[in-house]
Design a protein around this ligand. Structure first.
Ligand SMILES: N[C@@H](CCC(=O)N[C@@H](CS)C(=O)NCC(=O)O)C(=O)O
Length: 254
């Protein structure tokens, strides 16, 4: 993660050596792109990261990503350099293409059940954004924002394993992690009342602490304060994509 400068309108398309290395178009604070970084890192696959300013996209970006969204993964070794979009499709592709570190269970039924739990997490993502766009907890009303998480607490408790994937994180762990990492930002932005309730989410809190020690998680980790700072810039309509880049530059100059 040496350079997190985001390319913008007017930026040239970067040229890479003909090294056969996957190219990931990303945005440093996008949780969907985060999923793909986690899977690539978990599988120890080398890749080039190309960060895109999503408010002022480079002119060439629509030719790369048919949805004009990140993540987009360019398969430089495949004929015609196809580009995959949609985080779940990309991660499933990577798991099939690079099976040395398998992330799904082998059994087709268990794999399908894992995918159902990944799909259902979408409900919580919606609730998460309702929280993340507010700065004032008084505007939030009495809704139970964490209702979508109870099934994961119960599921992990029943499995009795450290991770959903067993003794190490699997696809379900990595697909839900980007939003779980960002829980800490809700506490920073909205106050202690928005920390996960330790009685209700005992198992998930233990899981979160274990996930924080995982190598792939550490590779792309940002703390709650940093996520909160980015979200605050986004709420203000001025998403600060280059926040980390500018900070690193400032520290270097000091
Ligand atoms: N369903 C997509 C969602 C991707 C997505 O919404 N990406 C956002 C950034 S977090 C994006 O690229 N937004 C730019 C745009 O909508 O133009 C996935 O899972 O990959």
């Amino acid at each position: 993660m040496s350079d997190t400068q985001h390319l913008t309108t007017g930026s040239e398309k970067p040229i890479f050596p003909d090294d056969g290395v996957l190219k990931l178009y990303s945005m440093r604070f996008c949780p969907y792109a985060h999923r793909v970084h986690l899977v690539l890192d978990a599988k120890n696959l080398p890749y080039h990261s190309i960060y895109i300013n999503l408010r002022e996209k480079p002119e060439w970006f629509h030719q790369v990503s048919s949805s004009t969204k990140v993540p987009a993964l360019e398969l430089v070794k495949a004929p015609g350099n196809p580009v995959l979009i949609e985080s779940l499709i990309i991660c499933d592709y990577l798991d099939e293409k690079y099976p040395e570190v398998p992330l799904y269970p082998k059994d087709p039924l268990k794999k399908a059940q894992e995918k159902i739990l990944i799909e259902r997490f979408g409900q919580f993502i919606t609730a998460f954004y309702r929280l993340a766009i507010h700065e004032n907890p008084d505007q939030l009303g009495n809704t139970d924002h964490y209702a979508g998480l109870d099934i994961y607490e119960e599921e992990l408790k029943q499995r009795g394993t450290k991770f959903f994937g067993g003794s190490s994180p699997g696809m379900l762990d990595y697909m839900i992690w980007p939003w779980c990492e960002r829980f800490a930002s809700l506490k920073v932005a909205l106050g202690d009342g928005f920390e996960l309730n330790p009685e209700r989410f005992t198992t998930l809190i233990k899981w979160r602490d274990l996930m924080l020690q995982d190598r792939a998680v550490k590779c792309f980790y940002l703390d709650g304060k940093t996520h909160a700072q980015y979200m605050s810039s986004r709420r203000a309509g001025n998403a600060d994509y280059n926040m980390l880049y500018n900070e690193a530059k400032r520290v270097k100059l000091e």
